[in-house]
Design a protein around this ligand. Sequence first.
Ligand code: ZN
Length: 221
Amino acid sequence: MKKEKAVVVFSGGQDSTTCLFWAKKHFAEVEAVTFDYNQRHRLEIDVAASIAKELDVPHTVLDMSLLNQLAPNALTRSDIAIEQKEGQLPSTFVDGRNLLFLSFAAVLAKQKGARHLVTGVCETDFSGYPDCRDVFIKSLNVTLNLAMDYDFVIHTPLMWLNKAETWKLADELHALEFVRTKTLTCYNGIIADGCGECPACVLRKRGLDQYMSEKKGAHVQ
Ligand code: ZN
């Protein structure tokens, strides 16, 4: 894959930043694409832009505000609480988001002569998002290839990793400190370790604590 070009779907969070490092290791050329869908925190776009700049990765921001027009949700509207009711999808779920994002990323990738797409979706820490499942990604890959008569390959390096293993991957890519201090995952818009209380921060910290204690344990043995 080393001689080829990849486009990374990039939000500036822990997962997609780890994917960006992964892509830089595996491909000769890497670009990043970020979707502006009127996120609750505009800072997300700025963080993505500054990380891409620091890593010397060409970065495109695409306007996807129509997504918010179609499906208002807790990630874009401050009057919708972040919650998950028993038996329902969480209020952070946006219908069609990954379908649309990956489709637009594919159109962009083809124009830029890239056939590899990289996305940080993950089935293991499954929040109940149907479009993070491996079966969906494989199905979309076939659909994109048929739609554009092009051999896209969608890569999902985090698909079967839990949060601790995602930190381990960042560490193996020599990016643990970078990811820990420069990315934005927090639903309350606080960079690095975040607010410490929202579901995204809790998940991120639990994974980091678990990985660091495993690493320490491995050194002791
Ligand atoms: Zn938080």
